[in-house]
Write a protein that binds this ligand. Structure first.
Ligand code: FES
Length: 212
């Protein structure tokens, strides 16, 4: 296994591919000419996606040059947010939220389950390069706690069994169902609707009429 603190190979040069350049220009158009530095986060995100999920020194320098920003200011952003990876990561980046609401709902057990299943500790990558695991701060889905993010997808209302199921599917090369794993729709109350019941009845009636 490798850790995210180990030195990694860094390619010496970086520039956006023509396809990514089109996206970068779309982002830059959203900001006034004198405020192009405001695009630093989306541009770092584009650079990371192009670079296989992590930001090399060359990629950070490229973004700094594009935005005429001092390198240190771009590096500060890249090193502050856990959404940016400064070392190569696995194909599946498991980010378990361990902030307070998720912790109160059992995130410790999820971390343990991931570590046991993958045979690595938080911050490490499996030898086959398939999985990297990290503990992160609130991902904004507290109402569905505990939860984890894997690449761009959220997996919510987790317990140990559901977590193992998700990891097993990924290991087998299939795509697990995203969102709530408890069966509730989105972040509706776990015990069913508690308000606007009258309106729901009307909507159901209209829906059934439309079907008939
Ligand atoms: S605390 Fe886990 S999503 Fe907010």
């Amino acid at each position: 296994m490798t850790t995210q603190n180990e030195p990694s190979q860094t390619s010496k040069t970086f520039s956006f591919t023509p396809k990514i350049e089109i996206k970068a220009l779309e982002v830059l158009q959203k900001y006034p000419e004198d405020w192009q530095a405001s695009a630093v986060m989306p541009l770092l995100d584009l650079a990371q996606r192009q670079n296989g999920g992590w930001l090399s020194q060359a990629a950070i320098e490229y973004v700094a040059n594009r935005l005429s920003m001092p390198l240190i200011r771009v590096y500060e952003v890249a090193s502050f947010y856990t959404m940016y990876n400064l070392k190569p990561i696995g194909e599946h980046h498991i980010e378990v939220c361990t902030n307070l609401p998720c912790w109160l709902r059992g995130s410790d057990q999820l971390v343990q389950a991931c570590e046991d299943f993958l045979g690595i500790k938080s911050g490490q990558t499996t030898d086959d390069g398939k999985f990297t695991m990290s503990e992160v701060e609130c991902l904004g889905a507290c109402v569905n706690a505990p939860m984890m993010q894997i690449n761009d997808d959220y997996y919510e209302d987790l317990n140990v069994d559901a977590t193992i199921k998700i990891l097993s599917k990924l290991k087998a090369g299939s795509k697990p169902k995203t969102g709530s794993q408890s069966g509730r729709r989105s972040c509706e109350p776990a015990t069913g609707l508690t308000s606007l019941l009258h309106q729901k009845k009307l909507l159901d009636k209209q829906h059934n009429k439309g079907k008939g």
